[in-house]
Design a protein around this ligand. Structure first.
Ligand SMILES: Cc1ncc(COP(=O)(O)O)c(C=O)c1O
Length: 348
């Protein structure tokens, strides 16, 4: 399949700005349920260009979380805006009450992050945004196919950013990204900004740059999009198996009612994380930490941190167990047995 897609592009000799990207933009828009999509070179660019297209720039404040991948923060800082970081709640996504407390007269936009593929409380966040006249750009870089009451994430805000980094639920064989929006003006601006053209946005002359998705990646993503639902379902089944078999003391991912996670990452929490990591290492199970540092600890610049008590605690406790669509039930049983045994060693 992959080779057929690659051959099609190679024989067309059309590597940039061809039909594969245009078709994939249409197909992904239709999959999400938005009126259009604009391919970019990566998810970071998708977020950055979406914010630019919505008029975010110097003098503005953008509220997001620090419990996220660093590119969320980087994209905001690159616009020249101040990043205001608020805490998460039990869902490990933006706490809407903390969001309200972070709003000032300079706030222009909110960037909720659907972390680990788990949807934010978009109903409340969009209500708050509307009440304060704020823009919402969803960071859906980890959440292809996640949904709330049947509506896909990436369709709630004014725009949304997706990443097609190879390890994502919908991954390319290199870098790639996409902005989704149902606002024709935003889409038009994005087509221009990603191809080195300038735009006058709210009286500011904004210079675009070169950030294109290429034909090869788009051809592969078109094929993989057809498999996305099936693969997400396999992830959800694996998550359900972990939920059932893990020792009780490990905190499972909190799934809000009506929210369907894309389970990009399956992350549990424990105060005894170092012991569990050693056990997994001894059992040759690859365990990871997403993320060992909060985003603001990686970067410098116009960052204002609010109370991040829960984010800091989560950073110390979070542990990602293996998660992919081909994860076998026997592997999950092995991992859960290892973790349960660790507890029995600990018992007096
Ligand atoms: C939450 C989040 N935002 C943004 C990005 C940036 O995407 P990319 O790596 O495609 O630039 C990522 C990718 O790791 C991510 O996980």
């Amino acid at each position: 399949m992959l080779l057929t897609d690659c051959r099609r592009v190679l024989t067309s000799r059309h590597y940039i700005n061809g039909t594969e990207v245009a078709c994939f933009e249409e197909e992904f828009a239709s999959y999400l349920g938005v009126s259009g999509c604009v391919g970019t070179a990566c998810g970071t660019d998708a977020l950055y260009l979406a914010l630019l297209a919505l008029g975010v720039g110097p003098g503005d404040e953008v509220i997001t979380v620090s419990l996220t991948a660093y590119p969320t923060l980087l994209a905001i800082l690159r616009t020249g805006a101040v990043a205001v970081l608020v805490d998460v709640d039990d869902t490990l996504t933006m706490d809407p009450d903390a969001l309200i407390e972070g709003i000032t007269s300079h706030t222009k936009a909110i960037v909720p992050v659907h972390l680990y593929g788990s949807p934010c409380d978009m109903q409340r966040i969009c209500d708050i945004a509307e009440a304060h006249g704020l823009i919402v750009v969803e960071d859906a870089c980890q959440a292809h196919g996640a949904a709330i009451e049947g509506r896909r994430v990436g369709t709630f805000g004014h725009a949304a950013a997706f990443s097609f980094y190879p390890t994502k639920n919908l991954g390319a064989i290199g870098d790639g990204g996409m902005v989704a929006s149902s606002d024709p003006q935003i889409l038009q601006r994005l087509y221009r900004l990603r191809s080195m053209q300038s735009e006058n946005i709210d009286g500011r002359q904004i210079t675009g740059y070169n950030s294109r998705l290429d034909e090869l990646q788009a051809a592969i993503l078109r094929s993989r999009l057809k498999e996305l639902e099936k693969r997400n379902l396999a992830r959800r089944k694996a998550a359900a198996a972990y939920n059932a078999l893990l020792p009780d003391c490990l905190k499972r991912p909190f799934a809000p009612a009506q929210a369907l996670s894309a389970v990009h990452i399956y992350a549990v929490r424990s105060e005894q994380r170092p012991a569990f990591i050693s056990t997994l290492e001894r059992g040759r199970v690859p365990a990871m930490i997403h993320y060992p540092k909060l985003a603001h600890e990686y970067g410098e610049g116009n960052i204002r941190c609010r109370d991040l008590r829960i984010s800091i605690r989560v950073r110390e406790e979070i542990l990602s167990l293996p998660m992919h669509p081909n994860l076998q039930q026997s592997s999950i049983e092995y991992i859960c047995t290892l973790l349960t045994e660790e507890l029995s060693h600990e018992a007096p």
